[in-house]
Design a protein around this ligand. Structure first.
Ligand code: G3H
Ligand code: 13P
Ligand code: ZN
Ligand code: NA
Length: 280
């Protein structure tokens, strides 16, 4: 059984674009992502991720997201980002239609076994599963890239043996925006992985990556792009601008944060090529 998440990414592959997957943090940020999606007719993944989960838990974040999407016409998927085994099970129970299980820290064989188990459970409920192979460092963390990149042979085996719907890979991206010059993306590596993996590829850490490299990654086979930091920073800029003007109201500040985040999300949807592809 395939659901909307799978359909969106298969259509993105056929159409040669990527769908944006952005993290929600509260009502206003969720509203901003949906408003951006509606305004440029883009489908969108609303991600419940590593910042919001310790703050309010998976269930509250899901309920908050559901409440906000009920007021929107945007084509959307509510997706668990970087979930643990238990969080993935909880998300499936709650009604998420797409989940990421992050077993990238596990030894390879264990990552395969655990991911395969979760895929089998998730598919019984029609839920799409993303998994990750290779490791994604935090911005400015010194790393030996060769040990972080996804291995092509492992990617082929992992995708075939787990049956994942989407595969997140490590090809030079970092979580967050680096202060120093970013590592260029390994576009050749993405091309080679796309040749041997049937599932659409996902690139995390899209904040801070130059536009030209995003475009090249999409052409190489990336069809879901995860971005968080750039959008959070846009929201924060809006708050700071209002407060710098002497208005101490939280509501005015959040409303302006939302405005700037809508603009930033529309820019990303346009760059990723998913704008205009909501209704297909
Ligand atoms: O993927 C993980 C979280 O979304 C954190 O990303 O680098 O923006 O804090 P961050
Ligand atoms: P950035 O914060 O670098 O955009 O990464 C977001 C991400 O990968 C969420 O899973
Ligand atoms: Zn990520
Ligand atoms: Na990044």
């Amino acid at each position: 059984m395939t659901g909307l998440a799978q359909d969106l990414l298969h259509r993105a592959r056929t159409g040669g674009y990527a769908v944006g997957a952005f993290n929600m943090h509260n009502d206003e940020t969720t509203q901003a992502l949906l408003a951006a999606a509606e305004s440029c007719a883009a489908p969108v993944f609303l991600q419940v991720g590593r910042a919001v989960i310790p703050h309010m838990g998976v269930r509250k974040a899901y309920e908050m997201t559901r409440r906000v999407v009920a007021e929107s016409d945007a084509v959307h998927v509510i997706h668990l980002d970087h979930g643990s085994y238990q969080e993935v099970l909880e998300a499936i129970r709650l009604g998420f239609t797409s989940v990421m299980y992050d077993g990238a820290h596990l030894p390879f064989e264990e990552n395969i076994a655990t991911t395969r188990r979760l895929v089998s459970i998730a598919h019984d409920f029609g839920v799409a599963v993303e998994a990750e192979l290779g490791r994604i460092p935090d911005a400015d963390q010194p790393v030996e890239w060769s040990s972080y990149y996804t291995d092509i042979g492992e990617a082929q085996r992992f995708a075939a043996e787990t049956g994942v719907d989407f595969l997140a890979i490590s090809a030079g991206v970092v979580h967050g925006v680096p202060l120093s010059a970013p590592q260029p993306l390994a576009i050749d590596l993405i091309t080679k992985i796309a040749e041997v993996v049937e599932a659409p590829l996902v690139l995390h850490g899209a904040s801070g990556v130059p536009d030209s490299e995003i475009t090249a990654a999409i052409a190489a086979g990336v069809h879901k792009l995860n971005a968080d930091t750039d959008l959070r920073l846009a929201f924060r800029r809006g708050i700071e601008q209002v407060w710098a003007g002497g208005d101490g109201q939280l509501e005015t500040a959040m409303a302006h944060g939302r405005e700037l985040m809508v603009e930033a999300a529309i820019q990303k949807m346009t760059l990723y090529g998913c704008a205009g592809h909501a209704a297909e």
